[in-house]
Structures are given as structure tokens and as C-alpha cells.
Write a protein that binds this ligand. Structure first.
Ligand SMILES: Nc1ncnc2c1ncn2[C@@H]1O[C@H](COP(=O)(O)OP(=O)(O)OP(=O)(O)O)[C@@H](O)[C@H]1O
Length: 258
């Protein structure tokens, strides 16, 4: 379980990105976090793997309190929490398989991975992760030769190769076209349902949030302003979360039609 208790993040410049968040996320939930740019979505998910420590209150992941961990415990937490990025963050000049193996870095001794001495077991885990996102046939292709959607699937496979208990996805479809966005969301949903991995996804588009989320969390100015089932997150709810009327930019299908 992930638990926020009055979690607050004030950055060194003085901006309060999270302001007293109380939230519990049960194991296996699929949660979509929505809010305008600057609402605190990235900050919220980054507190879960300790990339951003809370400056007030606490964030617990299982029995670990994120802000209180030693370096070694933080490494172990990050091994259990996979992350997927908007711009994929792949190493373009190497193969898909090598990129996915990077998900194993936290699980094998440093010297072996530095020498590229991956064992058969690691390669098997990486190949299985590629199978989940149906891209095994690209294992020996350079990452730079893939389309955006394929690169994001490799990003998902790299996170899966960690064998995480939690997946964080920060605007995973913001750089993709609508059909590819749906495909990536379906992979995330399938992974959540079939593997039981707790999944937190930051999204901007209301139609995607409504379609895929079991639960929607709305943030505004660092505060939690909505928490309910995806099906209940209608336009009215979004207008409350955003504090303004919706525009075509807020709906993937409307954007696609422009
Ligand atoms: N490293 C940082 N240092 C200082 N301020 C930051 C830092 N990161 C984020 N902020 C500020 O904190 C607030 C919340 O940012 P955050 O990135 O969490 O929001 P967001 O909802 O994810 O928006 P976006 O989608 O634009 O990233 C913003 O005002 C932002 O400018």
C-alpha cells in the first residue's frame, strides 16, 4: 500500500508543489492523476520513489517511509518501483534488449552489468518483458530505429524487467498520436490487471483518464480536489479540477480532429 500523510513538498525556490496530501492507494490499484500543468502531478509520483523527498508529512510505500531511508534502502525502494517517462528516456545508440536489461541494474552486482556480463537469467527476464508489450522481434534493433509508440513499449519493458511492485508513468502518452496513446494505455492496463502491479499514471487528457482509470485523483495547486472512480470523472468534475472550462487541448479525440 502507498500512503500519503499530510505530504507536502516545497521546492528550494519556495514553490509548494504538494500541499498536505492525504491519500491511500491499495496494492493493485490503477490510478490516474490529473490536473493542469504545474498542479503537482509529477511531484506526487516522484515522491513515491524518493526522487523528490517530502519536506513535510510522510509518504509510505509498504512498510518504508520514503523520506527516512538510507542510501541503500532508497536503492532497494527504486528497484521495486519502475518508472515510465514522457520522452521514453532510452539510450538510442544501443539495442532494445540492452535498454531493457538496464531495468536489471538494481538487481545484479554493478561490476557484472558494467562489463555487459548479463546472465541467461537476466536475458530471459528482459525477453519476457518484451513479450508482454509484444515487441520481442525488435530485441536486436537499435532503439533509435523504432517509432515513438515502439520506444514507449520498450520503456515499459525496461520498467517491467525490474520486476517492480509499483509502476509510475509520468505523462506516458504526451508525445504520441491518439491510436498509439490508446495502445500504450491498454498495455499499462493489461499489466496492472494481469500482473497485479500497482500503477500510477499522470495524464492530461480527460477522455483517456475516464476510459482507463479505475480511480482518478485530481490535483489543483498541490491539493487533492477529487478522488473517485474513472467513470465519475465527467466534464463537470474536470472543470472543477482545472478551475476553468475545458478546451480541445484537454481531450485527446478532440485534439486529433483539429
Ligand atoms: N525542481 C523543481 N524546483 C523548483 N520548482 C519546481 C521543481 N519541479 C517542479 N517545480 C514547481 O512545482 C510545481 C508543480 O510542478 P509539477 O511538475 O509537479 O507539476 P505537474 O502537474 O506535473 O505539471 P507538468 O505537467 O507541467 O510537469 C510547479 O509550479 C513547478 O514549477
Amino acid at each position: 500500500m502507498i500512503r500519503f500523510e499530510q505530504a507536502t513538498v516545497t521546492y528550494p525556490g519556495g514553490v509548494t508543489a504538494l500541499d498536505g496530501i492525504d491519500l491511500e492507494i491499495a496494492d493493485g490499484e490503477f490510478v490516474v492523476i490529473v490536473g493542469l500543468s504545474g498542479a503537482g502531478k509529477s511531484t506526487l509520483i516522484r515522491t513515491v520513489n524518493g526522487l523528490v523527498p517530502p519536506t513535510g508529512g510522510a509518504v509510505h510505500v509498504g512498510d518504508r517511509e520514503v523520506g527516512q531511508l538510507s542510501k541503500r534502502q532508497l536503492r532497494s525502494l527504486r528497484a521495486d518501483v519502475g518508472m515510465i517517462f514522457q520522452h521514453f528516456n532510452l539510450v538510442n545508440r544501443t539495442t532494445v534488449l540492452n535498454n531493457v536489461l538496464m531495468g536489471r541494474l538494481n538487481r545484479v552486482p554493478g561490476w557484472r552489468s558494467m562489463l555487459g556480463m548479463w546472465g541467461a537469467e537476466e536475458i530471459e527476464v528482459a525477453m519476457q518483458a518484451l513479450e508482454v508489450v509484444e515487441i520481442v522481434d525488435k530485441a536486436y534493433v537499435r532503439a533509435s530505429n523504432l517509432s515513438g509508440g515502439q520506444q514507449q513499449r520498450v520503456g515499459i519493458a525496461r520498467a517491467l524487467a525490474q520486476q517492480p511492485t509499483v509502476l509510475l508513468a509520468d505523462e506516458p502518452v504526451a508525445s504520441l498520436d491518439p491510436p498509439t496513446s490508446h495502445s500504450v494505455m491498454r498495455y499499462l492496463q493489461k499489466i496492472n490487471r494481469e500482473m497485479g502491479i500497482t500503477t500510477l499514471v499522470n495524464l492530461h487528457f480527460l477522455d483517456l483518464a475516464r476510459e482507463y482509470a479505475d480511480r482518478v485523483i485530481g490535483l489543483r495547486g498541490g491539493r487533492l480536489v477529487f478522488d473517485g472512480p474513472g467513470a465519475e470523472a465527467d466534464e463537470k468534475v474536470f472543470e472543477q479540477i482545472y478551475g476553468r472550462s475545458l478546451t480541445a487541448d484537454d481531450v485527446l479525440e478532440a485534439e486529433a480532429a483539429l
